[in-house]
Design a protein around this ligand. Structure first.
Ligand code: SF4
Length: 458
């Protein structure tokens, strides 16, 4: 009994969160920055924050994450961190030679009121930014939002720092992939290439956070969206923003600033959302969907149909990031499963509305909470048990206590590998999710079956 103090009785809590279903803003900002080629993230705050952010990313991706810190001391905590940041920018360009430094704030520097726009301008004015190099930035106060908000803010920072408009339209589509795995970004690129569409995807952590072992350490791996690609985004014919919480801010900013029209849609997880994504690409680029993609779709439909009896009516609890949960919920409903408890740690009323809309026709009511915590999720499960739990590593305690099949999905996953290499977006990603859910549920069925119904064949 790891969570032995979780009670069945639910009391209203206003000022207390227990085991939040989120991490802090700068982690998302750091992850987004790593998706820019040659970029070194920089944490404007204390060393402790930066260590936590780096270690969380390293534990999830199993890759070293390098980042600078302004190393606030008592003095900078009182008088502001301008001189620390300018010194850090100078040192980092001199010693590590990144193409780009992406600065994000922390609770501390935000509370002091450090103005990144002014400090970064001063760094340029003082000649601390070598010719051809760049400093971009985003405010990421972690006492609001979550790592998803930080990711979203840094995506806007990337647009603010690089996007340009030359007036000459380019036959390319911008894609904001959302807060997804490097494998998902790779899969999105594979699908667009298969359709013969030119894209600029940003950020793009594929090849950075899931690179190969070459025997040599590269502080700045080959992957990531290049500065030239980022500059060209103001000339693209449109933007597809995947995941409203993570991507809409940057897409709308690009639209307002450079009149690049944007479509905001769900992450392409599962059949219906992937269909919409492929359709949007088809329409925006004016191309046909190749047979190879139609075949992938058919394979997913085939497995969904063949295994329908094992999915039908199964109750699911899920927690994690809002964009992931919205897409997952739609997928589960399309499989005739019943999502009954859904919690995200990220605030946002639109999340609740969207989940209620997606589940309105199901046979059981849904418990849904934005800015919620894992304690509440566990209480809900104690009141209405489920057949499957989906979420990040922290769900393993509930899964073990309640003996629920558990599928790890989302961020962070610190006790398994695979998530960086195998996508869950697209039709192939849908197949992987179906496989993982079936494996988890059928393993339990096999484990618990009495001998007379312990079947060899499905
Ligand atoms: S919540 Fe604030 S103080 Fe804590 S690690 Fe994140 S940025 Fe630092």
């Amino acid at each position: 009994m790891l969570l032995r103090h979780t009670s069945k009785e639910i009391l209203e809590r206003k000022a207390l969160m227990i085991n939040p279903a989120k991490t802090c803003q700068p982690i998302g900002a750091m992850y987004a920055a790593l998706g820019v080629h040659g970029c070194m993230p920089h944490s404007h705050g204390s060393q402790g924050c930066c260590s936590y952010h780096r270690s969380t990313l390293t534990r999830h991706y199993k890759e070293p994450v390098v980042a600078g810190t302004s190393s606030f001391t008592e003095g900078s905590s009182v008088f502001g961190g301008q001189s620390n940041l300018i010194q850090a920018i100078d040192n980092m360009f001199t010693i590590y030679e990144p193409e780009v430094i992406a600065v994000h704030t922390t609770c501390l520097s935000e509370t002091i009121g450090d103005d990144l726009t002014q400090i970064v301008k001063k760094a340029y004015d003082d000649g601390k930014v070598p010719a051809g190099k760049h400093v971009i930035y985003a405010p990421t106060p972690s006492y609001v939002g979550s790592h998803v908000t930080g990711f979203s803010n840094m995506c806007k920072g990337i647009v603010n720092g690089f996007s340009e408009k030359t007036g000459e339209k380019r036959n390319q589509i911008n894609i904001l992939p959302g807060y997804v795995e490097p494998a998902d970004m790779e899969e999105i690129k594979r699908l667009t290439t298969e359709m013969g569409i030119e894209t600029v995807m940003f950020p793009d952590t594929s090849g950075v956070m899931n690179g190969p072992q070459t025997g040599r350490y590269h502080m700045f791996p080959k992957g990531g969206t290049t500065v030239d690609e980022l500059k060209s985004t103001g000339d693209s014919m449109g933007t597809i923003a995947l995941g409203s919480f993570a991507s809409s801010l940057a897409a709308k900013f690009l639209d307002t600033k450079f009149k690049v029209p944007c479509q905001i849609q769900e992450l392409p997880i599962g059949l219906p959302a992937t269909d919409r994504f492929i359709n949007s690409l088809r329409k925006m680029a004016g191309v046909n969907v190749p047979d190879s993609i139609t075949r992938e779709r058919g394979q997913l439909v085939d497995v969904m149909t063949d295994m329908a009896q094992y999915f039908y009516g199964k109750k699911v609890a899920l927690f994690g990031d809002p964009d992931q949960l919205i897409a997952l919920t739609e997928f589960l409903v399309s499989l005739d499963m019943i999502p009954v408890h859904i919690v995200t740690g990220t605030p946002g009323k639109e999340f609740t509305a969207k989940i209620l809309e997606l589940t309105k026709d199901q046979s059981e009511p849904v418990n849904v909470k934005a800015h919620g915590d894992m304690f509440l999720l566990h209480q809900w499960i104690k009141n209405t048990s489920v057949d499957l739990l989906i979420g990040n590593t922290y769900g393993k305690y509930i899964a073990r206590d309640e003996d629920i099949p558990f599928v790890r999905h989302g961020f962070p996953i610190m006790d398994r590998v695979g998530h960086s290499y195998f996508p869950t977006v697209g039709y192939k990603g849908g197949l992987r999710l179906v496989e993982k859910m079936l494996d988890a549920m059928l393993d339990k069925k096999d484990r618990d079956s009495p001998e007379e119904s312990f079947e060899l064949v499905l």
